[in-house]
Write a protein that binds this ligand. Sequence first.
Ligand code: 3PG
Length: 212
Amino acid sequence: MNIDSLLQQRLVCVAVIDKADDAVPLTEALIAGGLNCIEVTFRTAGAAESIKRIRQALPHAIVGAGTLLTADTVKAAVDAGAQFGVSPGLSEAVSKAAHDAKLPLFPGVITPSEVMAALDLGWKHLKFFPAETFGGVNALKALAGPFGHTGVKFVPTGGITAATLPNYLAVPQVAAVGGSWMAEKKLIAEKNWKQITALTAEAMKVIAAAKA
Ligand code: 3PG
C-alpha cells in the first residue's frame, strides 16, 4: 500500500496498548467512529502481539508501528504485520532497517537540518514531533518555505487535540495528523470503547469539515 493510501483519512490514532486483548476492541471502536488507521507504539510488551491480532481480525484496518527506536523493533514490527512505521526521531539504523524491509517510515524531525537529513535518507513523509512543544502550526509553516518544493509532507504529532486539529489540516504540507487524544491510555484501561468511538467521530467530523 502506498503512503498516500495509508494516510488517506488524514488522521492516525497513536495508541499505547498494555494488554494485547484490548487491541481488537480498541480498533473496532476507532472504526465505529469512522477511522481505520492506528499506530501501535512499541512501548509495551504487547505491541507486536497487538499488531498481529488487529491485522488478523480486522484486515481492512491500516496498522502501523510507532516508537521504532532500533532496527530490531523495525524487524519485530514487520514480522507482526505492520504496514507502516513511525519513529520519534531520525536514526540511520532505523531508516536502513525500514528500507531493507520495504516498510514505509515516518521518521521524526523538528529542525531544518533534520528535514534535510531525512530527505537524504530517502524519506518524504516526516513526523513533526513533538509538534505543540516545538512551535506547532507556525513552525510547520516556516519549514514549508524552504522545503515545500521538495515534496516533503508532514505528519505532526504531540499535544494535538480536536481543538487544534483544523489548524494543522489547513497547512498544505500536512499529509495527516497523529495523536492519542481519542484513545488515551486511561480510556483503554477502562475499556471505555464508547467514549473512544465518540472522540473519534468528533475528530472525523473535523476532518470532513476541513475537506469541504
Ligand atoms: C507519541 O509518540 O507519543 C505521539 O506523538 C502521541 O502524542 P500525543 O500523545 O501528545 O498525542
